[in-house]
Design a protein around this ligand. Structure first.
Ligand SMILES: Nc1ncnc2c1ncn2[C@@H]1O[C@H](COP(=O)(O)OP(=O)(O)OP(=O)(O)O)[C@@H](O)[C@H]1O
Ligand SMILES: [Mg+2]
Length: 360
């Protein structure tokens, strides 16, 4: 009995000892848990901070990108303004010159008819004298010989005729210059596209002629039957000017590298074709016999500032502005086709009437 009691007692003691140990363990693990929780809280805090910083830097990157975009936009607008200013100064200059020439030319042209009439009268009078006084005094005969009266009578009227043709030509040039500048027309107007192309060609005439050691550039006009087209005529002329100037540059570049013999065999030419695609759209295609545009460059030519020309020669804005004028201002399309060695072709498509598309 006693031994049984002793046994129970030791068991209880043993159990109590185990209990104490367990309590201690529990206490330790609770402490560990607390520490872990604190560590976790600290980690969470740091993570939140990192996320915050990441969000901040992301925002900064986005803002920086927006700023870069704005800067590009600003540069583009600035270049467009410069180009527009250049073209408008050119337009103003052309309009000014045309205006100044117009008056004196009309003055000469108007008076030529009178001179023609007076000369005719005087010649008739001389002829009458010759008829009635076939043997004039020696002094008159001498004068007749001196001035070669017979030749003078024929030549005077010829000269007057060519002067008439000359002043007529100047008047046409003045008309073309006025047509090109179209200073008075900033609105949408119905115009004859061919007139615009012709006056642009006239402005570029000095670059087409064989006068700088380069061979002449032949212009082939395949004009179709076009109706009047509603457009900003002055701006459309700028597009023709940019495309034609580029075509001449490309031909000049090829010609500079070839011999006279090679130039004779491969004629330099620009072909301008116009046609109607359907009742609502017209197409103007300008093809040149220059060196063409490599595939890698073709997709870049409408980018602002893209140029392959030497510094100071090209600004790289001509095509960018032309693209904007055709697509944004006229709701049209400007396309470029080219394979190296076969020249380049630029195709403009614009609606005949503004109402076909809705521009603001
Ligand atoms: N007909 C063409 N033949 C070959 N390359 C061309 C032709 N038209 C345009 N290009 C290429 O496209 C580039 C961009 O033309 P764009 O008219 O925009 O600029 P640019 O002629 O260099 O300078 P500018 O602003 O003075 O016109 C040219 O530098 C040239 O490389
Ligand atoms: Mg150009």
């Amino acid at each position: 009995m006693v031994s049984e009691k002793i046994d129970d007692f030791t068991k209880i003691q043993q159990l109590e000892k185990e209990k104490r140990i367990l309590i201690k363990k529990l206490e330790r693990s609770e402490k560990n848990c607390l520490e872990l929780e604190q560590i976790n809280q600290r980690k969470e805090f740091f993570l939140r901070q990192i996320i915050h910083e990441l969000e901040d830097s992301q925002r900064e990157v986005k803002e920086k990108r927006q700023l870069e975009q704005t800067l590009i936009e600003l540069k583009r607008t600035q270049a467009q303004l410069v180009h527009a200013e250049k073209m408008s100064s050119l337009g103003q200059l052309v309009a000014g010159v045309a205006h100044e020439i117009n008056n004196p030319v009309n003055f000469i042209h108007g008076n030529l008819t009178h001179i023609q009439q007076y000369s005719q009268n005087l010649l008739e009078l001389v002829q009458l004298y010759q008829q009635h006084y076939p043997h004039p005094v020696a002094e008159i005969q001498e004068k007749e010989n001196e001035i070669d009266l017979d030749f003078l009578q024929i030549d005077l009227l010829q000269i007057l005729k060519s002067m008439n043709i000359g002043t007529d030509r100047i008047r046409k040039i003045v008309l073309s210059l006025r047509n090109f500048s179209r200073m008075d027309e900033s609105d949408f107007k119905s115009v004859d596209i061919h007139e615009g192309i012709d006056s642009t060609l006239l402005i570029l005439q000095h670059r087409l002629k064989d006068n700088r050691g380069c061979s002449e550039i032949k212009v082939i006009r395949n004009y179709g039957n076009l109706p009047l087209v509603e457009c900003y005529a002055g701006q459309l002329n700028q597009v023709f000017m940019n495309i034609l100037a580029n075509a001449i540059d490309a031909i000049d570049e090829v010609n500079a590298k070839t011999t006279q013999q090679e130039r004779k065999e491969n004629l330099s030419q620009i072909t301008i074709s116009t046609s109607m695609i359907d009742l609502d759209w017209v197409e103007i295609a300008i093809a040149d016999s220059g060196g063409g545009i490599p595939e890698s460059i073709k997709k870049l030519i409408f980018n602002p500032f893209f140029t392959t020309k030497p510094v100071g020669k090209g600004t790289g804005m001509g095509m960018a502005i032309s693209y904007q004028i055709i697509t944004e201002k006229h709701g049209g399309e400007l396309m470029c086709f080219s394979a190296p060695g076969t020249g380049a072709e630029f195709v403009i498509r614009i609606p005949v009437q503004k109402k076909v598309y809705n521009l603001v």
